[in-house]
Design a protein around this ligand. Structure first.
Ligand SMILES: [Zn+2]
Length: 96
């Protein structure tokens, strides 16, 4: 999967910012996070590339959940992003 600089989700353009060691530099101890109102997604690029890719899927689903009013919790979104990532990987749909 190519991790782009920007991604459109439901008609809104989100900027993807790659960061190093977010725990130390940003005080955020997560591999990826997103903000709806600033339309940003942050990904820690100290992670393995697979974790970065799965993190991007996770944040896309977080945004979709909020935008659509699904109000899915983090655990559900983690399960969805993991299985979706597995399907993409097992079917060779993750071009880099
Ligand atoms: Zn989450």
């Amino acid at each position: 999967m190519k991790i782009p600089d920007k991604i459109k989700i439901n008609g809104k353009t989100f900027t993807i910012e790659m960061r190093n060691n977010r725990a130390t530099n940003d005080g955020v101890d997560v591999g990826a996070s997103s903000c709806l109102w600033s339309q940003k997604i942050w990904i820690d690029n100290d992670q393995h590339i697979e974790s970065q890719e799965e993190g991007l899927l996770h944040e896309i689903l977080e945004v979709v959940s909020k935008e659509m009013g699904f109000e899915l919790n983090h655990t559900t979104i983690t399960a969805l992003s993991n299985i979706l990532y597995q399907v993409l990987k097992d079917n060779n749909l993750l071009e880099r």
